[in-house]
Design a protein around this ligand. Structure first.
Ligand code: GLA
Ligand code: ZN
Length: 676
């Protein structure tokens, strides 16, 4: 990998939309310099410009951009263009077009709608990538390959199903094994010939789970096919693809294995009101997705796209308030990004994204509010080069698991409309975010050795191997917190025999006999037992209320209402050198905050800032070799006072010293270095 010493600052650039106006491109490069833009992501949707007809390549325009970039010491992230297939190809080879679930070939158009299996498409992609890699693989400006764009969606064509059946045969060997795994004697769904697997029957939950695993695998092998010529020609250039945070079509943990660097596109709906869902707590949810993306490889990631203003594809997109652009960029860096990149550099004049914000607006010059804000951020980033590569020191892991979410979604349960998996994970992430405690967001296959506290909300699918590793983590002194809805099915999606929470039963010291499902707005009170140090008084539970038996664990809180009054609502079990906690009901925010907040204290897990944080202020750190940077970010639209305690800090841009009580301007983002 080429060492990078700068925070990458720039983003998607589509000069092929402007080739008839070379003066526009001249102007763009002047403006890039002015804003200290150092990186262009090139060619994301350029297939038709690079190969206007089959086998005839046109690279002149791209050569020119490379030349210009090199003259200005800029970096290029070169994309492979497979996210959008050209018309000539889709018409000549209709089999590359996706087939819908009801069996229709999609009409040509739009983007991100190619078949991942099609040998023709894979061949075309490979030929294109061969050309790109041979031509640009050793250009000075090239720093990263960007594979395709925002992989998503499924194809239901014959080629995909033929490959799926092969995958199933390799996995199960026999139809008997497959029928057992799918419990398919139910409703006479027994498969007596592999060829009968031609559709995804949503009532066969194990089939749905396997289909999503298979599609992940197809995407993975599609990426491998793309990457092979790139690595061959340019073995030192790393490879990424742009993910989408919490996007459930493919398991990002699997795709990440094909990549050197993970990146994602962040489009929080800044300035839109918060609803009941934590996904509309924009700063929190953005922080969560940055953490999730970083944790895919547990190394710094890249913010590949963000919008430098309103987008064109949401219901309503407010203007970014002064300061928000800087704050959103700094937040990414605070959580481990080594870049702040945008979609896009220049706003096109036509087609569906003509009114999507861009660094350079239709007016064509840099005398705009957003350009000025962006230039000022560019200036700040040049003062922050020491950040590049610095890790994030998390002692807490919160589990968000793709496979588990897939099967929970597929299953019909008592709690159908109140499952709320992501919401529940966010509710367990929030107490840490509120307190400025660093968190890795990992899946159930993670290595737990780096953590003191592992929080596993609603892990519906719990393979024996994962349970085993969690038990070992606790045995060695770790603290595990898990909740209702955990350990219900095994990796095939079959209900676990022998009682919930499955293979965690022994380490948790409980058995869950029943779970109540309360429709909104029903609530049940729970009360703390006097000896509990982590909770106080009474709390409110909703939606999920497990009724469980103690099998070695102690109860720290109990239900206070209904026929299960007196039955445990929170349990703790000492196991080996550690402890395993079980939260039996979906509780109010204060409960989760009290419990996890007290665990952080008891376990002496470090805070980013050793003084409480005001509401809406986030503190994150990046650390290496004794150097520690504190990012202090005010997401409120008003001034707030924040206590820095007795430590002395210096602003890494201005050198200004800070200590004790300070005022944070609306949307302020400070980057501070602790002084000795
Ligand atoms: C996505 C895509 C970009 C662009 C932006 C618009 O992130 O990757 O090509 O369409 O959305 O917000
Ligand atoms: Zn297909």
């Amino acid at each position: 990998m080429k060492p990078r010493e700068q925070i990458l600052f720039g983003g998607d650039y589509n000069p092929d939309q402007w080739l008839s106006q070379p003066d526009v491109i001249d102007r763009d490069f002047e403006l890039f310099e002015k804003a200290r833009i150092n990186t262009l992501t090139l060619g994301v949707f350029s297939w038709a410009s690079l190969e206007p007809e089959e086998g005839r390549y046109e690279f002149g325009w791209m050569d020119d951009i490379f030349d210009r970039a090199e003259r200005q010491n800029m970096h290029i992230i070169l994309a492979t263009p497979s996210g959008g297939k050209p018309n000539w190809m889709a018409l000549k080879y209709p089999e590359i077009r996706r087939v819908t679930e009801t069996g229709q070939h999609e009409v040509q158009g739009r983007r991100h709608n190619h078949c991942l299996t099609s040998p023709v498409y894979r061949e075309k992609v490979r030929a294109m990538n061969e050309q790109l890699a041979a031509r640009y693989g050793d250009r000075e400006a090239l720093i990263l390959w960007h594979i395709s764009n925002e992989f998503s969606g499924y194809c239901y064509c014959d080629q995909c199903f033929a490959a799926f059946r092969q995958w199933l045969k390799a996995k199960y060997q026999s139809l008997d094994a497959l029928n057992d795994a799918y419990w398919s004697r139910f409703w006479s769904h027994t498969y007596t010939d592999w060829e009968q697997i031609q559709t995804i029957d949503k009532t066969v939950c194990g089939l749905v789970l396997d289909w999503r695993r298979f599609m992940t695998e197809q995407c993975r092998s599609f990426i491998r096919n793309e990457v092979e010529p790139l690595r061959r020609h340019s073995p030192k250039i790393p490879v990424t693809t742009n993910f989408m945070g919490v996007h459930l079509d493919y398991d990002y943990h699997q795709l990440a294995k094909e990549l050197d660097v993970v990146s994602w596109d962040a489009y929080p709906s800044w300035h839109t009101p918060q609803t009941d869902s934590l996904t509309s707590h924009h700063s929190l949810f953005a922080g969560f997705r940055h953490d999730l993306t970083r944790s895919l490889k547990r190394q710094p990631f890249l913010l590949m796209e963000a919008s430098p203003g309103p987008v064109n594809w949401k219901d309503v997109s407010p203007l970014l308030r002064p300061g928000m652009l800087r704050l959103a960029g700094m937040q990414a860096i605070a959580h481990g990004s080594d870049s702040v990149c945008y979609f896009q550099m220049r706003k096109g004049r036509g087609s569906i994204e003509q009114f999507h914000a861009a660094v350079i607006d239709h007016v064509g010059h840099g005398n705009t509010r957003m350009f000025r804000e962006l230039s000022s951020l560019g200036q700040s980033l040049t003062q922050m080069e020491s950040v590049v590569g610095m890790p994030t020191p998390a002692k807490v892991a919160v589990v968000f698991d793709w496979e588990s979410s897939w099967i929970l979604d597929a299953a019909g349960t008592q709690h159908n409309t109140i499952k709320q998996y992501l919401e529940t994970v966010l509710a367990h992430y929030k107490p840490f975010w509120d307190r400025g405690v660093a968190v890795d967001v990992v899946d159930a296959k993670a290595d737990w050795s780096a953590y003191q506290l592992v929080v596993v909300p609603m892990l519906f699918l719990l393979p024996e191997s994962s349970a085993q590793r969690l038990a070992e983590f606790v045995e060695r002194g770790g603290t595990l917190v898990t909740t209702y809805g955990t350990g219900v099915v095994d990796e095939t999606g079959l209900a676990i025999a022998g009682g919930i929470p499955g293979h965690l039963r022994e380490v948790l010291g409980i058995w869950v006999e029943e779970s109540d499902a309360l429709p909104d707005p029903c609530r049940r009170r729970i009360k703390t037992l006097t000896e509990a140090k982590c909770l106080s008084g009474s709390y409110e539970a909703r939606h999920y209320l497990d009724v469980l038996h103690l099998e070695g664990a102690e109860a720290l809180a109990v239900y206070d209402e209904d026929f299960y009054a007196g039955s445990p609502a929170l349990t703790r079990h000492e196991y080996g050198k550690g402890a395993a906690w079980y939260i039996a009901s979906r509780n109010d925010e204060r409960f989760t905050s009290d419990l996890l907040g007290n665990l952080v204290k008891q376990l002496e897990i470090p805070y980013s800032l050793n003084a409480g944080l005001p509401k809406g202020v986030s503190a994150q750190t990046r650390e290496s070799e004794g150097r520690r940077l504190l990012f202090l970010m005010n997401f409120n639209d008003e001034v707030v006072s924040c206590d820095l305690g007795s430590s002395l800090y210096a602003d890494i841009e201005t050198g200004t010293g800070y200590t004790g009580l300070i005022e944070l301007e609306p949307y302020a983002a400070l980057v501070l270095r602790e002084r000795e």
